[in-house]
Design a protein around this ligand. Structure first.
Ligand SMILES: [Zn+2]
Length: 491
């Protein structure tokens, strides 16, 4: 066993555009998917057993809203729940970390400008408010954007660094024991200055930004910084680094692309090594475990394991976070991610088999290798290891269905949340849907409607997010294996 990383965070992203049946709902009263104290306790016990020591969440823009300062019941309700959740986390041996997109305000995702005095004051007031509301917090992440950033009134990557320093001062004043993590998120400092493409007369709103016609060469409104932009941004950050708290952590991936590759902003390893001489470095390789929006039982274990080994080799990383938007579904990924933080040399196939043996019984341990066949939906961070033909997929899905139907989970050896039977039933639904979609005449309309009902039904009772991708996700799921292109190859 190699040495464990010391910072092992499970990041549950329950932001307004990622609501779903497997994610907790903490700020839509009356809508489904709310977790009880017992649910949180069960979830934290599982995380702790899997090897995590930090529970991380995003304080989303809907909460970073002037209504919070005015004492709205929804915002106060979130704070009350999160204080209880934080206490449960502490009782379970986990630290609590929240991250905030430094200047993104309200459900419409307004990118407030630090060079506008009114906006600047609002940003600082909201930060102060939430620190006072959440005094149990142990770690606070300041991340640049996505969504967020600004290029108005002369704002650049330097503005982000200056603002982060100012917020560090507020954090130290409000909760002196809190450890700060500064995110580099992007190419780097996503959305700041010329990393961001905005329409003429941009008002700072997300909608106007997202609706503009981008040049063909653009990746998205943000994440457009190239190699030179990354270099100047990191040089300025490095210059100001001594002013950040001595115990601050800096989140910096192996590479400055959305998949932490050495494209776009380039190779980040030299920076990780340089910064590690002065501050602890962590990673936030967001898409390695799971993408966004199309929810299914992921199996990205080999890449996840490789990344931990690469991090170990590249720089003295203190650890990182593993992201999920489906903490009640992707239990196998959570298990592997936690174990790999503890032992980066662990074998991903061995972990998969060990998990399935513990949950479904010795005779069904082979499910650990069969579940790889679920990883056939192209999307963010999808780099499948194996290619499949349709007849093989059909046979694998059929075997998964048969084994899941036969498995007795009453002797499950892991403290799963949700309970093992609920987990087995969820996997069965997916396995049957995949089997049908690998067949000759799948009823894709019915599958899309079922998927919406099982996954995104919460959007029937809450406002659709300003990022409206849930409907697209349901359609994309129902299109699985429609073309003869899957597993990254044309057959
Ligand atoms: Zn600005």
């Amino acid at each position: 066993m190699t040495t464990a990383f010391s910072h092992r965070a499970c990041y549950v992203n329950f932001a307004e555009h990622l609501q779903n049946a497997w994610n907790p709902n903490l700020y839509y009263p009356g809508a489904p998917n709310q977790w009880s104290a017992e649910d949180w306790r069960g979830f934290f016990r599982m995380l702790q057993a899997f090897g995590f020591n930090v529970f991380e969440y995003w304080l989303p823009p809907t909460l970073m809203d002037p209504a919070a300062l005015a004492g709205s019941a929804v915002h106060a309700g979130f704070a009350r729940q999160m204080r209880d959740v934080s206490q449960i986390a502490h009782e379970t041996g986990l630290r609590i970390k929240f991250i905030v997109a430094v200047n993104t305000i309200g459900p419409q995702w307004y990118f407030a400008c630090p060079h506008d005095p009114t906006d600047h004051q609002l940003i600082l007031d909201l930060w102060r408010h939430w620190l006072r509301e959440l005094p149990e917090t142990d770690i606070v992440g300041i991340f640049p954007g996505d969504p967020g950033g600004c290029n108005r009134n002369g704002c650049t990557h330097e503005t982000f660094v200056d603002l982060a320093l100012e917020i560090c001062g507020i954090i130290q004043h409000e909760i002196p024991r809190v450890v700060v993590e500064v995110g580099t998120w992007g190419t780097p400092f996503s959305g700041w200055g010329d990393d961001l493409i905005s329409p003429p007369g941009w008002d700072g709103g997300f909608k106007q930004l997202a609706q503009q016609k981008l040049p063909a060469s653009a990746f998205a409104p943000i994440w457009n910084g190239g190699f030179d932009r990354a270099a100047v941004a990191m040089e300025y950050f490095f210059k100001r680094l001594p002013q950040f708290p001595a115990d601050a952590m800096v989140a910096i991936n192996l590479g400055f692309s959305p998949d932490a590759d050495a494209t776009m902003g380039g190779d980040a390893r030299p920076w990780a090594r340089e910064i590690a001489k002065h501050r602890a470095v962590t990673t936030w390789d967001y898409s390695v475990a799971e993408g966004e929006l199309v929810l299914y039982p992921h199996w990205r274990l080999p890449r996840l394991a490789a990344r931990r080994r690469e991090e170990r080799a590249a720089a003295p990383y203190a650890g990182g976070m593993s992201y999920t938007m489906s903490p009640k579904l992707n239990l196998l990924t959570l298990y592997a991610a936690g174990k790999l933080f503890q032992d980066p040399a662990a074998d991903p196939d061995g972990l998969s088999r060990a998990f399935c043996t513990a949950v479904f019984g010795e005779e069904h341990g082979v499910l650990g290798e069969l579940f790889e066949a679920f990883e056939v939906i192209p999307g963010w961070g999808h780099y499948p290891r194996r290619k499949w033909s349709r007849p093989v997929l059909r046979a694998v899905y059929r075997e998964i269905v048969e084994r899941l139907e036969a498995a007795d989970v009453s002797r499950c050896g892991l403290p799963l949340f949700p309970d093992p039977e609920t987990y087995r039933q969820d996997l069965l639904w997916f396995a049957r849907a995949f089997l049908e979609m690998a067949g000759d005449k799948p009823d894709r309309d019915r599958i899309r409607r079922e998927y919406w009902r099982r996954t995104f039904a919460i959007y029937d009772s809450i406002p659709m997010s300003v990022d409206e991708r849930a409907d697209q996700a349901a359609r994309k799921f129902a299109d699985t294996l429609r073309e003869d292109v899957y597993g990254g190859v044309t057959l």
